[in-house]
Every structure is written in structure tokens, then in C-alpha cells.
Design a binder for this molecule. Sequence first.
Ligand code: S3P
Length: 441
Amino acid sequence: MSPPIQLTPAGVHITPPPNLTLRGIVAVPGDKSISHRALIFGCLAQGTTTITGILPSADPQSTAQCLRDLGHDITPLTDGEVRVQPGEWQEPQQVLDCGNSGTTMRLLLGLLAGRAGQFFSLTGDDSLRGRPMQRVITPLSQMGAQIWGRKGGTRAPLAVQGQLLQPIAYDSPIASAQVKSAILLAGLGCEGMTQVQEPAPSRDHTERMLRAFGAQITWKNGTVQLQGGAQLRGQTVVVPGDMSSAAFWLVAGAITPGADIMLTNVGVNPSRTGILEVLEAMGARITCHNQRLVAGEPLADIQVQHSALEGVAVGGALIPRLIDEIPILTVAAAFAQGKTVIRDAAELRVKESDRLTAMATQLTRLGARVEEYPDGLTIHGSQQPLVGTELHTYDDHRIAMALAIAALNAQGASYLSPGGCVQISYPQFWQTLQQLCQPSP
Ligand code: S3P
């Protein structure tokens, strides 16, 4: 079998051999959301924080470099142990570069808005400079923050003049962990109680980890409450594997004939397991083994085997629980019998790319029938086999990985570009895909 995946500097050739299947064990890389938070909380705490299993990809590297520029000592990010030694908070001499990472920019805004007397400027790449920042600037301004930016103060580059902030009770119009986390980070330095309510629960890694670091966090009728002023203490953080990265293998295993893949150490925090529930409802053969709790987060080893899938309807409160998995879910839908309807997902239009348009246009290029709405997609699955073609990733890591799984199950070769964007969340993705490709027994 000649290698199905061939990397070039500009893109990736995917040539599915006729007897292909996917088999093997994958140690899924560390959770991106938890990696960012471990670095940030480590800098806020007294004493050293040690992090094992951090995701050493471009997004957490952006957070680490910004925190170094702010005066903290962080050892190079590797799969092994990373040490965070907090220093004096400095007013950086340079612009903080958040790269492609919305989590870095939005969480840092919450963190820096309350550093009275210091000035900060933040920017990012083309994609990040186009993403909406008003959603965090509005509540932070209500707390007393002074933040300026392009396009009427809504887009980076942004400037922050640190102020003494007041706590708020914020009723967020969107279910967003980034918005919630920015407010809680700002609330940490306030006197009194900061509260955040969301229309549906978003991922709760900030709350879990802040609590582990010694903050006073409580929940009342779905509202998160944080008592400001607590001194955080450095911790040992064990980062679980990222469900958002595992999702590519879950779908690849479910749709590829003969596939049998074991994913080890995957985080199964209930605020992240929407994709498991939807794939199971579609008929996927998924088995969770060895469920356990490590450093406050639930983990499992997850096995997926090929099976016939059926279309489903997805929307409402489920959306925040699988927000980053929708691109790969559309691939599962394209290989399922019947139609899959995804609604209430307008947030996808303001991710690293417009992920609804990206998946609709590229699945259509492969031969799938897809309808696009302002807040979702209908995918008419298995109408005819997908046929390999030239695919555009929009330079978005999750679009690239989702399209790769689709292309591997199409007839004939595809060329996908740019392919380097997998560095954002999954640097080993292409190698792991190559290793999993096996001839059918
Ligand atoms: C993230 C929250 C989600 C998610 C993003 C990471 C986080 O964004 O899409 O990839 O780490 O808090 P929103 O909070 O904007 O929904």
C-alpha cells in the first residue's frame, strides 16, 4: 500500500487505497481549553504550578508567550512536564500576540482589564483580527474596564488601560465559555461576588480549575458565582486528552469499513461529550472503558468500531456541548443514511473561519447534498459516494482535519490545502492518520 497521506509544503495529497481501514491505538493530545487555563491560573497563583500532558500546539504556545511577555517564567511546552513560575506582572513593552487563538485573546482581556495602572495592546493573525470581541468587552466595560479597538471597539488590535473593576451579575446572551471565563478572571481581582448566567451551559473547565486552585466558586440555579479576592495556590495539573481532537477519530472509526480504534485518556467532562451522545444516537459503536477522575476531570479510554449510521437532528442546549465538533459531525452525516439537520449553530460563523459555509461548500465539492441556513445545515447523507477533489481548508485546523477524514472515505484522490493549520490544535494529526491507515484484513 503506497502512503495514503503525502505532505507537501503547500498542502496534503490524500489517496485512499481500495482496501483501506483504520486500526490502532491513539494517545489523544492534551485538551486545548484546559492547557490555556492551566498556564493562566499558574501565573495568578502563589508558588509553582506543574502541568503534565499539556497540548504543545500553536494556540497554547500563544498563551504561554503572552504570559512570558507579562513577566512570568514558563518552561518550553512539551508533552512532558511544564513548570509555571509566576513573576511580577509587567506592563509589556511589545504588543501581545495571540496568534490564531480566540481563547488567548478573550481570557487575557478579562485578566488584564483589572490590572490598574498598566497598559496592554493585543493582536492576532488575520482570522483572529476578524473575530468579534464585543461579547467580552461589553461585560468587562460594565465592570469598569477601558478597552479600545478597531471597528468601533469590536475588533483587534485592542488596547487595554487597566482599571480597578467592580463585580457584576451578568446575564450572557450567548453560551460561551470564553465570555464566562473572561468575566470570572476579571472578577477574581474584584471585591465581592461576580455572577455569570448563560442561556445554556458551556464548558466548565474554568470553574473546575479555579476551584482546584483555591478560588471560592459556587453554583446557584445554573448561575456561577465567584467570590473575588481569593489567593490562588499553585497546583499540579494533569491535562486530559482533548475530546475535540478525539472526535476526528471517533467519526473516522465510525464511517470507515472495518475500522477499530482505541483512544486513550480522553476527557469526558459532561460539558464536552455532546459528540459522543450524537454519534451514539446515529448508531455508532462506541464503548467507554476505564472511566476515572484525574485532577478533577473525568477521563475514559474510548473504542470506536465501524457501523452503519443514520441521520439525526441536533440543536438547542446540545450545541455548546459539541460546538467545535460540528465540522466533523457534518462528515459523519454525509456518510449516514437519511438527513441530518443541525440548527442553533450560528456561532460557527465566527470561529477560526465561517465553519458552516466552509463545510457546506467543501462537502458539496466532494459530491454531498448540503443545504445551508443562517444557523445551520441539512446534510442529505449517502445519496451517492463522495468523489475526491481539490479541497480548501480555509486555513482552519478543524476544517482541515474534518475534510481529511471525508477525503479518506471518498473515491479517488483529493488534494487539501493549506494543511499546516493542524498545528493550531493537533500537530501530530497527519502522522497519526498515516499510522492508522491499514489494509483490510
Ligand atoms: C473555548 C470555548 C469555545 C470553543 C473554543 C474554546 C474555551 O468557544 O469553541 O474552541 O477554551 O473556552 P466559545 O466560548 O466562544 O463558544
